[in-house]
Ligand binder design. Structure first.
Ligand SMILES: C[S@@+](CC[C@H](N)C(=O)[O-])C[C@H]1O[C@@H](n2cnc3c(N)ncnc32)[C@H](O)[C@@H]1O
Length: 385
């Protein structure tokens, strides 16, 4: 194995490197990094290797070449950087960090680093659940990212948020200010969320937060379903409708993942739009009918069946795939689907609950109760063995 040092370097380039980092660079036989990072070094006898695309084959080849290697990474290599990838391949790697762009941004803004949520837009869409007062530092993909952040805020009613773009942090071209038309590609975006009428961060978003055609688990039932599901890990949301259960599962915690299966293509497209607007664009949408469309999916930690309960093999397939200790929750409004739940409850136990929700609505000049169809909820935990 090669002798590998990962050196964090900032926009301040060579003058910003400490003694240890300079020594490692001086001793290196091969130095790898982006064109921009390599151009920050003074003349060196070492072989310079700009990263090709794709990166991984070149990285593996480099790390096994048996020479003294320095890999340049921006800021703190272990924070959204190449350091963690290299440490997986070469556990004995030495990492010399530079302050991360997040630390520099917080230093400029007077924000404690622990008060911010860091999200990356590098190679992925923005995934941020906005809430009043929440602070984000967004790691940009390029000069277009600040506008994309502003657009996402606006789509969720957070137009009045304080947005600061910090470019070339720590370098001679550093610039800190509001969104403009032309940003340096090297930037991060700091957001302090402000909204007049914010969406709640707990489950049970208003029904009109979703684009839907009526196939939606209504707010009150949704809040109870999420309480039974206990978000954590991977959810299968079978019969996605508008995607509300999967979306609120993912909004509960950044570690939550979900896949939703919906047979109707128009609804599946709507789910993707709802997920993007409500801050969870990584929701995986499978267009197809269960149980066939469930084949090959990663085993879930929890399953919600909101549609397809009476289709041949749906509950069986979900139950078999569910990990030991996982939760399964299903809802039914018809006599046929209720009878499926009654059978499963008899055979597997768990809780059978019936919710009847009425909402007050105008009746002539008065107010009366409009009952929704009662919903039966079966909730069960699979044994650990
Ligand atoms: C009541 S809606 C679910 C609402 C959803 N939980 C929400 O809140 O947005 C039921 C959905 O299940 C879908 N569905 C029914 N049978 C299905 C099956 N076998 N596979 C996939 N989707 C199915 C329907 O197209 C419908 O969109």
């Amino acid at each position: 194995m090669a002798d590998v040092v990962v050196v964090g370097i900032g926009a301040d380039g060579w003058p910003g490197l400490g003694e240890q980092a300079r020594e490692a660079v001086a001793k290196a036989e091969v130095i790898a990094g982006s064109h921009r990072q390599l151009s920050l070094l003074p003349d060196t006898p070492a072989e310079l290797r700009p990263w090709p695309s794709p990166l991984m084959p070149a990285l593996r080849e480099l790390l096994t070449c048996g020479r003294r290697i320095v890999v340049l990474a921006s800021g703190d290599p272990m924070h959204h950087g190449i350091g963690a990838t290299i440490a997986r391949i070469v556990p004995e790697v030495r990492v010399i960090p530079h302050p991360s762009s997040v630390s520099l941004a917080c230093a400029r803004l007077g924000w404690p680093v622990e008060s911010v949520t860091v999200v990356s837009m590098v190679g992925r869409p923005l995934a941020a659940v906005f809430a009043p007062g929440r602070r984000f530092v967004v790691l940009s993909e390029g000069s277009g990212s600040p506008a994309a952040v502003a657009e996402a805020l606006s789509a969720c009613g957070y137009d009045r948020s304080a947005v600061t773009v910090l470019e070339q942090l720590g370098g001679p071209g550093e610039r800190v200010g509001p969104i403009r038309d032309d940003h340096d590609p090297l930037n991060v975006v700091a957001v302090e969320c402000v909204a007049d009428d914010p969406l709640p961060i707990v489950p049970g978003l208003p029904d009109d937060a979703y684009d839907h055609d009526g196939q939606l688990t209504k707010r009150e039932v949704r809040a109870v379903v999420l309480a039974f599901l206990q978000p954590g890990g991977l959810l299968w949301d079978v019969g996605g409708g508008a995607g509300s259960i999967a979306i609120e599962w993912m909004r509960a915690d950044r570690s939550c993942r979900a896949v939703t299966v919906e047979r109707d293509p128009a609804r599946a497209a709507r789910i993707a739009g709802n997920a993007a607007r409500l801050g969870v664009p990584a929701l995986k949408v499978v267009t197809g009918a269960a149980p066939q469309a469930l084949a090959g999916l990663e085993p879930p930690d929890a399953v919600f069946i909101g549609g397809g309960l009476t289709a041949e093999g749906v509950p069986e397939t979900c139950w078999q795939a569910l990990k030991p200790g996982g939760r399964l929750v299903a809802t039914a409004v018809t006599v046929e689907s209720e009878s499926v739940l009654a059978r499963w409850h008899r055979d597997r136990g768990g809780d059978l609950t019936r919710l009847s929700v009425s909402r007050a609505a105008p009746v002539g000049g008065f107010t009366g109760w409009r009952p929704a169809m009662p919903v039966t909820i079966w909730s069960v935990r699979k044994d650990l063995t």
